[in-house]
Design a protein. Structure first.
Length: 170
């Protein structure tokens, strides 16, 4: 099984995984977490943040996840897939695929991650949602609102409850 948690930088992807990974492992068995930022470090940050580089990284992630998943190890990935075509490819490639989109308004992100969203960006480091167009996923299995209307505990419980229901109905 592959659980892909996507959203803009600062939306809470990795935080959600860190809060829920133990329960996810109890639900689905051995599960490997791939964090998008840490994954980039494995390749010595050889890619920038242009759309082309983001798409190259998306293919790396998808191929690596396929490699792990083919060994009967579940994967939960906390990484943004900027391009809809790569979200579609991931959904098609993995038989048991649960996509979670963490939706956060730009105003909240400016406050939460000012180092990313308020500094002047360069062509070498464009930001998804600002210089790079970001379309909300249209086929996400779950959309979580993380605009601070709910506590992290409520968001985690919503995620786990929806994952459990999805697993039961699969």
């Amino acid at each position: 099984m592959v659980i892909w948690i996507t959203g803009l930088a600062g939306s809470g992807k990795t935080t959600l995984v860190n809060l829920s990974l133990k329960t996810v492992k109890n639900l689905i068995g051995p599960t490997f977490h791939i964090d998008g930022d840490e994954f980039r470090k494995c390749f010595e940050n050889d890619l920038g943040y242009s759309l082309k580089d983001r798409n190259t990284n998306a293919m790396r992630l998808i191929n690596f996840i396929e490699y792990i998943n083919n060994q009967n190890i579940n994967v939960i990935c906390s990484a943004n897939l900027t391009s809809p075509e790569y979200r579609k490819l991931a959904r098609e490639k993995f038989k048991n695929f649960f996509e979670v989109f963490i939706k956060v308004e730009m105003e909240t992100l400016y406050k939460r991650k000012p180092e990313i969203y308020t500094k002047s960006q360069t062509k070498e480091s464009p930001v998804a949602g600002l210089e790079i167009k970001f379309e909300d996923p249209k086929s996400a299995d779950l959309i979580l609102d993380n605009n601070l209307h709910s506590s992290l505990k409520e968001i985690k419980e919503n995620f786990l409850s929806n994952l459990e229901n999805w697993l039961k109905n699969k």
